[in-house]
Design a protein around this ligand. Structure first.
Ligand SMILES: O=C(O)CCC(=O)C(=O)O
Ligand SMILES: [Fe+2]
Length: 271
C-alpha cells in the first residue's frame, strides 16, 4: 500500500475537501482485498452490520438497490482489518485532516450491483454518532469505477458550507441542495478510478455517484474514520444497542472494540 503524501496533495485535500489518490494498491493487493471483501460480504447474507446488537437487513427498497452495503467487515476478516486499520494509512489520514489521532468509525463494502440506482448527493458526518468538521473516509476502487458504472463525484469546497443538516440518500438526487442551495452552485468533479486507486473525502463535503448503467458490479471498499477525542452526539447510527444505551451526550467515543485507534501521534511519541 502506497501511503506517501506531498504537501500539494494535503493542501488540495484541505481546500477541496477531497483528494483523488491514484495507485494506493498494486495489482496483487487489489486481488487480495477484493477476494476478502467478496468472501466477507457473501458470508453475511442479508445482514448489513457484523456483530451483535445491530439488526439491520437488506430489503428490496430504493436504498437497498443503490448498493449492497455491508459494514464493519474488519471484525470478521483479518485481511480487511489489515488494510483498513493499517497504522501507516492512519498516519496519512491524520496528515490530511490535520489530526493527532484517528479511530475507525465503520468500514463498508459498497457494491453498486448491475443497473444499481444512483447515490443521491449527501454529506456523511451528519449520519454518524459524533459531529466533527475533520472526519474523513477512504473509498478504494476494487474494480475500475467509471462514469458508466457509478464513479464518485465531489463538489469542491462544499465542506466549508456545511453544518450538520443532511438529506437522505433517497430517490431525489438533488435534495441536499434544498438544504444547502449554495452547494448546488458549484460544479461537481467526477473521480473515475482504476482498480487500486482511491479517494479521500471529508465527512462534510457534498458527494454522490451515478447509476450503474452496466451489467458489471462496481466494487468499492471504504472506511470512515473519526478524529480521536470525538464525543457522542446522541445519534445511534450503527452503534450496538447496549453500547448506545450506556452513552451520554458529550461522552468521548473511545471504545477500542467498537472504534479502534489506528494511529496516534502521542502513542508514536511514547514508543
Ligand atoms: O459508493 C457510493 O456510491 C457512495 C459512497 C459514499 O457515499 C461514501 O463513501 O461516503
Ligand atoms: Fe457518503
Amino acid at each position: 500500500m502506497k501511503t506517501s503524501l506531498t504537501s500539494e496533495q494535503i493542501q488540495k485535500y484541505q481546500n477541496d475537501g477531497f483528494l483523488s489518490y491514484p495507485g494506493l494498491l498494486d495489482a496483487g493487493e487489489v486481488a487480495e482485498l477484493k477476494a476478502a471483501v467478496i468472501t466477507a460480504v457473501t458470508s453475511m447474507g442479508k445482514k448489513k452490520v457484523t456483530g451483535p446488537g445491530v439488526e439491520m437487513e437488506d430489503g428490496d427498497d430504493f436504498y437497498s438497490k443503490v448498493f449492497t452495503q455491508r459494514l464493519n467487515l474488519w471484525r470478521i476478516n483479518e485481511t480487511i482489518k489489515g488494510y483498513m486499520l493499517n497504522s501507516e494509512l492512519g498516519r496519512m489520514l491524520c496528515q490530511l485532516g490535520g489530526l493527532e489521532g484517528i479511530r475507525v468509525w465503520h468500514d463498508q463494502a459498497l457494491i453498486k450491483e448491475p443497473f444499481g440506482n444512483a447515490t443521491a448527493w449527501h454529506l456523511d458526518n451528519p449520519y454518524w454518532s459524533f459531529h466533527s468538521r475533520q472526519s474523513l473516509s477512504i473509498w478504494i476502487a476494487l474494480e475500475d469505477a467509471t462514469p458508466f458504472n457509478g464513479c464518485m463525484y465531489f463538489s469542491p469546497g462544499t465542506q466549508k458550507l456545511a453544518s450538520y443538516e443532511n438529506s437522505a440518500i433517497g430517490q431525489n438526487m438533488a435534495d441536499l441542495f434544498k438544504v444547502y442551495p449554495k452547494m448546488g452552485e458549484i460544479d461537481p468533479v467526477p473521480v473515475p478510478m482504476k482498480a487500486g486507486d482511491c479517494s479521500f473525502h471529508n465527512g462534510l463535503v457534498a458527494h454522490g455517484a451515478g447509476a450503474n448503467m452496466t451489467r458489471g458490479r462496481r466494487i468499492a471498499m471504504t472506511c470512515a474514520y473519526m478524529p480521536e477525542g470525538s464525543t457522542f452526539n446522541g445519534q445511534r447510527n450503527i452503534l450496538p444497542k447496549d453500547y448506545f444505551e450506556s452513552l451520554k451526550i458529550g461522552d468521548v467515543l473511545e471504545n477500542d472494540a467498537q472504534n479502534p485507534l489506528i494511529y496516534s501521534v502521542r502513542e508514536v511519541a511514547a514508543v
